[in-house]
Ligand binder design. Sequence first.
Ligand SMILES: C[S@@+](CC[C@H](N)C(=O)[O-])C[C@H]1O[C@@H](n2cnc3c(N)ncnc32)[C@H](O)[C@@H]1O
Length: 462
Amino acid sequence: MKVALSQAQFEALQVLLARAAGLVFDDSRKESMAYSVAERIRASGAPDVDAYLLLLDDPAERQRLVDEVTIQETHFFRNPPQVRALRQHVLPELLRHAEVNGRRLRIWSAGCSTGEEPYSIAMLLRELLPSTSGWDVKVVATDVSSRALEAARAGVYGARAVQMASPDQLTRFFFENEQGRYEVRQDVKDLVEFRHHNLVTEAVPFAPSERIDLVLCRNVTIYFGRETTRSLMARLHHCLRDGGYLFLGHSETLWQVSEDFRLVPLGTGESAAFVYRRLDAKRDVQERRAVLPDRRTQDDGPQQPPERRVTARRTEEAPPAQSTAEQLLAKTRAALAAGLYAEAAQLAADAAALAPLQVDAFYLRGLALVDAGRDEDALVDLRKAVYLEPTLGFAHFLLAGVLDRLGHPAAAAREYRAAADTLGLQPGDATAEELGGRSVRELANLCRQLEVRLVGQVEEVG
Ligand SMILES: C[S@@+](CC[C@H](N)C(=O)[O-])C[C@H]1O[C@@H](n2cnc3c(N)ncnc32)[C@H](O)[C@@H]1O
């Protein structure tokens, strides 16, 4: 059956689908829209297009139309450079990070279609971590299409879907049923949780404090408008932990969409995958420290960024415990640079126990806890840090971010102002290691902008 859509009918459907799922149908997709509508007219028994449009007041029929028009094309181990990057770099690194952070790993396959993508991730995880006992590992897989999710939960596929799987993977992760179809094995299914979720109209499907290690949102935004993609990327940025990864499809880019992520090549030459990483300025520096040769000599002692030199005075006030506390703080910095946040937090706590006036102990513990996604715990240490040293601009900056994430915009605005003011006390040409050698003035300006944004938010709500 074929229907012809009038311009007015097409426009009504365009508006409805943009609102319902952010989907953009330009004129080139009018024909395919007409096919989908014809299919729904046939199934619903509506006499014509106008009668069918009335049925769309019912959310259940809207969902069926969304199921019909969304493009579910996908397969196992799609995009080999990305699969290689996942296997060789990203998943091992995330597992190392999780190992010292409660053995908890969260991956989100956003727009998972019929399940091939999240199951592929679960299979790669199983290769690296055959037993997850004692671990809390989950691949949360979401899609707006109920029909796709039903197929995903069933986990039974034809030969075409599995053609990129190696013979080993076929044997290990599937069994072939009597109809010659491939069923995903239970130990893979156990790692994946499917949920219905609309990336455009709903908040992210996680608790506000939950931080995600890796988001795959591949080949989903190609059907969205620029603004829809922009606001989605802001939400993905917010739910990712610092250092977390974002994978987009190879025709998708954040160019002119978001400046919040850093594009990182993984692998070399033609087989390199370009993925995005949520990296805060301070993390950039930690990474640099981890990869750059240490220029200090043994005698130089622990490296002190300019802001933290103010602590030397306090250091002198507690000589007996000081050398040990300094050693612990040096170890804390090394652990931070290696991404061992739980260890860094513990070392800093030990230093604080030895030298309770040592502001760096609280500042570094706060930093480690923020990196570990433990905002509520970080709050306590960062407050102590700014109490002990009110001119510590970076502590104000971190504290502001924590308060903002915990839903205290007014307090966060005050901290951004304190950060801007105290960072502004530095000489105009000062640079900060925390910012990869960039200007402290830049950070002060950023803090002022963030303060203005938050004050605006508070006023809007008030
Ligand atoms: C082409 S598939 C991509 C599947 C998989 N990510 C991959 O790259 O192989 C696009 C998926 O995005 C889903 N999608 C489209 N709009 C969505 C929305 N607003 N919220 C959630 N999922 C959406 C579609 O239902 C479809 O399953």
